[in-house]
Write a protein of this length. Sequence first.
Length: 221
Amino acid sequence: MTDRRTQIAGNSLLGVFGRSTEALVLVPPETGEKSRQALELGLNVPVRSVFMAGSSVLGSLIGGNSNGFVVTSYASDDEIRALEASGRVSRLPGKISAAGNVILANDTAALVHPGLTSRAVEQISETLGVDVRKGTIGGLRTVGMAAVATNRGILAHPRISEAEIAVLENLFSLPVDVGTVNFGSPLVGSGILANSHGYMAGAKTTGPELGRIESALGFLA
């Protein structure tokens, strides 16, 4: 594949509008066919169109992995049922509802917003089938937007501290590197969709940024 850059509904914030796992990519219905094809080819999984809480910002409202999805508490019963064909689904309990913004997960672990309740942490662990720990990345609590985690590696906010890196490496048992996306944005989770098969970045991402992404996520030969 020659170009690893695309948009969703004309927007380079792929991680805000989409959610990827080892099994599929979720996108809003208004995603164009060209973008759908690029995502399917780049991540080597099927693309499914859904809404969440009637909204198109799926990446912000859905956290997930190969085992299931934790979604905003405002998700409708019909939206829940639509996802259940692809794994376990639960609503995130508590006042914090943007599940995708506050959960960084792969198939073995999850780092979550430190303000989540014990009940929410337990719900995430049970639904995704992973070990869960509270923490920050670069001092940010919205860990789902501050980093990207696959089963091969982690790309994180450039301001991540050595202590935070140690937490991630211990929790995920994966290497951690830093980078940016979309011409300098440190919120790499907002601009990248990735799994262990491949990745796609926002259309504004530069060549050097692509190189850091590929290195961190284990795609360099």
